[in-house]
Ligand binder design. Structure first.
Ligand code: SF4
Length: 367
């Protein structure tokens, strides 16, 4: 039995799983890993090169920084520039380009923009600074929603009305449904993000798997987790099965984390949501309920209705749908680099373009 993290990265184990995949695969299969963390593990470890040529791995929309719509970034920029505001965010959002600038630019112009590691840190700042408005940029998938919901419930308990969240949560199953329903879809099997399933469980995926006759495997983020998940998927594909299986049993329970889900639905309601580069997907986001409106920064600062246009050059939308790879973008490594990102997939630590830039740049530019 595996006990230590290093064993999930052990090359000897990896070779054994790879050999099993080679033995099972007989035909070409297109498989999507949904999570940006998995994309980085795949590219960093060179797994995509080591897999048999029959397996074409495409990268999904599971990087929350990448899919946060431009409107949300522009709202964040507008709020963060206000003198009464302490604007709190995870670090990787600071360089995500809005329509004209990013949060770092706002900070260098005098805005009080601070990096925090949890919404609870922002709550603490609200306690310490009752004369200021403290705003937390609450983005992410189902994984960060419980903590952000909890911060709002706690703020209400303490009467911290100077705390609010600029919330933009996205949900994975509606995105997979939209990809599968697209006439351009070519993905035949999915590695679902294990950490999302830890919160949400497997039931939503079972419905998708039945409806679209597609196998889905809830999979962890370490290289050998991903290889095992791929082996389970390929076995299903080769046998013509389409089921939901759980590779990440050390964390994922069938019903997920029931208390966390209850907390999320107490504070948030499901709404149609715009995804950066992809567009609006039905019932794919979370909005703060009216009951907690006082903690909703978009309502508090009156910037709910902001509309903006996406960049014409960046093709991150099609990259996030698995239709193209970062190397297919003419701007990759040329006009678009981590120092001058044109799209969020180059900025984020989980973005597919940044993974390719970090680990594959010389190969791509030499072609
Ligand atoms: S390389 Fe840059 S411009 Fe091209 S898709 Fe990626 S983020 Fe967009």
């Amino acid at each position: 039995m595996i006990k230590y993290l290093s064993e999930y990265r052990d090359p000897v184990n990896a070779k054994k799983i790879l050999a099993q995949i080679r033995k099972v695969v007989t035909r070409p299969w297109v498989i999507m890993e949904v999570c940006g963390g998995q994309t980085h593990a795949i590219v960093r470890s060179g797994m995509d090169q080591a897999l048999p040529a029959e397996i074409d791995l495409v990268h999904g929309p599971g990087c929350p920084v990448c899919v946060t719509p431009l409107e949300t970034i522009d709202r964040a920029l507008a709020i963060a520039a206000k003198p009464e505001v302490i604007f709190c965010s995870f670090g990787d959002m600071l360089r995500v380009p809005g329509s004209g600038k990013d949060l770092l630019t706002v900070r260098s112009a005098g805005g009080d923009v601070r990096i925090v590691y949890s919404p609870l840190e922002a709550l603490e700042l609200a306690r310490q600074n009752p004369e200021r408005q403290v705003v937390f940029l609450a983005i992410g998938f189902e994984t960060t929603a419980p903590g952000n919901a909890m911060a709002i419930v706690q703020a209400e308990r303490e009467g911290l009305h100077n705390f609010s969240e600029l919330a933009c949560h996205v949900l994975v199953p509606p995105a997979i449904t939209a990809l599968l329903g697209s006439p351009e879809n070519r993905v035949q099997g999915y590695l679902a993000a294990g950490h999302v399933c830890t919160v949400m469980g497997l039931t939503e995926y079972e419905e998708i798997s039945r409806r679209y006759k597609v196998p889905i495997v809830a999979t962890g983020l370490e290289p050998n987790d991903i290889l095992e998940g791929l082996l389970m998927l390929v076995r299903q594909l080769e046998a013509g099965r389409f089921e939901v299986e759980n590779q990440y049993k050390r964390s994922v329970r069938h019903q997920g984390n029931v208390l966390a889900r209850q907390m999320v639905s107490e504070v948030f309601e499901v709404v149609d949501q715009k995804w950066r580069g992809i567009g609006e997907l039905p019932a794919s986001g979370l909005r703060i309920r009216q009951r907690f409106a006082v903690f909703d920064a978009a309502r508090k600062f009156g910037c709910e209705s902001l509309q903006v246009e996406e960049s014409k050059i960046c093709i991150s939308g099609v990259v996030l749908q698995g239709l193209k790879k970062p190397g297919d973008c003419p701007a990759f490594g040329r006009e678009c680099k981590p120092e001058h990102p044109l799209g969020a997939t180059m900025v984020s630590g989980e973005g597919a373009c940044s993974a390719y830039y970090k680990y594959k740049l010389p190969i791509i530019l030499s072609v």
